[in-house]
Ligand binder design. Structure first.
Ligand SMILES: O=C(O)CCC(=O)C(=O)O
Length: 384
């Protein structure tokens, strides 16, 4: 329950926000910077026309009154204007306006599967985006299988990020390849390209053909794994958040290096991302004792990432695609035998902000009118 009231005890005037029984004074500097007046904010873009850090340090509110349903406020720097209480209430929460994450394990009851045709409808798209932002991945079935269809699918969600691999990359077995992904070996859970700055945000892997019995795809939610590690071994968790690791990739034309901890936290201490690719990382030189401590933490993290308790495992058939947040959901595959037949995937990257932006736009347009879940056969997840 939100309520804004004026507290007048001359010489001081205050606006007080009551939220869930707790009172918070709205500071004059905070209020003044939020003025929606056309002299303070460009009406077309909503962008501020002055630098709030130049307001006087000791700014005070000199008067406050209600006029109809708006607040008239005057400040000690001479500015006076109308404020919308709904906008002030909304501004008290620094939310990104997207659904909260929902960590999952192998027992996730219903994996988010959508048909490509279904996603042409904005209401279904809003539902898919909600699933994606909560769970960090989507499976899309019945997609076209032209040589570059992955780009069309990616563009429904955001803008394709071109890298030294091109707009998209091919994943099929070739002996002279520049990456282990292009051999038929098993690939343990990993995030792609931790050596880039910035790391690719979202990855799409699109199956064009799969005639092999192996090559099963795997997905693991690092949020669930890291929560478990944090409970079991808080100090190990801290080490993985603090100790920088060096990731490197080089071939004839490219040399990428990035140094960063495996677990990245945001300003509030929540896990913002994971960078995990044991084929590519080098730890710094530390004392033997610190190296052993770090080693134990990293080993436990790796074992949890590989634990069947956390892993979804399924076959991607031709026309099926998985899209996942590359900073959250690890992917991998089991080994396959190229003698059994062809296995060809194409992959590409988009930035993390694409689906978030589209979610906000569709949410604003459609509000509570997202399409109800259509009945759909669950993807075949391997018996574990
Ligand atoms: O072959 C696959 O299914 C996955 C390939 C992969 O993990 C990658 O390209 O990073």
């Amino acid at each position: 329950m939100f309520d804004i009231r004026i507290s007048d005890h001359p010489p001081s005037t205050q606006l007080v926000l009551r939220r869930q029984g707790t009172d918070t004074v709205l500071p004059p500097l905070w209020l003044r910077a939020r003025s929606p007046e056309a002299s303070q904010r460009d009406p077309a873009t909503g962008q501020r026309l002055f630098n709030p850090h130049l307001l006087p340090d000791n700014l005070t509110l000199t008067s406050a009154s209600w006029q109809d349903d708006r607040l008239q406020l005057a400040f000690s720097d001479g500015f006076a204007g109308a404020f919308d209480p709904a906008e002030l209430r909304a501004g008290t929460e620094l939310t990104e306006g997207c659904p909260a994450t929902r960590p999952w394990r192998a027992d996730l009851p219903t994996p988010p599967v959508y048909r490509w045709t279904e996603l042409q409808d904005d209401r279904s798209m809003l539902r898919a985006l909600t699933d994606f932002l909560e769970l960090g991945f989507l499976l899309i079935h019945d997609t076209p299988t032209q040589a570059d269809s992955v780009l069309d699918i990616a563009q429904r969600f955001g803008y394709v990020r071109t890298t030294n691999f091109g707009q998209f990359f091919e994943v099929y077995s070739r002996p002279d390849s520049n990456d282990l992904a292009y051999r038929p070996v098993a690939l343990g859970p990993h995030t792609d390209n931790p050596y880039r700055t910035p790391v690719p945000g979202i990855q799409l892997l699109h199956c064009l053909q799969n005639e092999t019995s192996g090559g099963l795809s795997t997905l693991v939610d690092s949020l669930a794994v890291i929560a478990q590690l944090r409970r079991e071994d808080p100090q190990g968790f801290e080490l993985l958040c603090q100790v920088p690791v060096r990731f490197e990739y080089r071939d004839a034309d490219t040399h990428h290096v990035a140094v960063k901890p495996m677990i990245e936290l945001d300003g509030s201490g929540a896990v913002a991302g994971v960078h995990y690719s044991p084929r590519l990382d080098d730890i710094p030189l530390m004392s033997n004792a610190d190296t052993q401590r770090y080693h134990r933490a990293r080993k436990r993290l790796g074992l949890l990432f590989e634990s069947p308790a956390f892993e979804l495992r399924f076959k991607l058939d031709a026309g099926q695609l998985m899209m996942f947040d590359n900073n959250r959901v690890l992917h991998g595959r089991t080994a396959f035998n190229p003698a059994e037949g062809h296995r060809q995937l194409q992959g590409c990257y988009i930035d993390r902000d694409g689906p978030r932006s589209l979610y906000r736009v569709l949410q604003c347009q459609l509000g509570d009118h997202a399409a109800p879940a259509a009945p759909y056969e669950e993807p075949a997840l391997e018996d574990r």
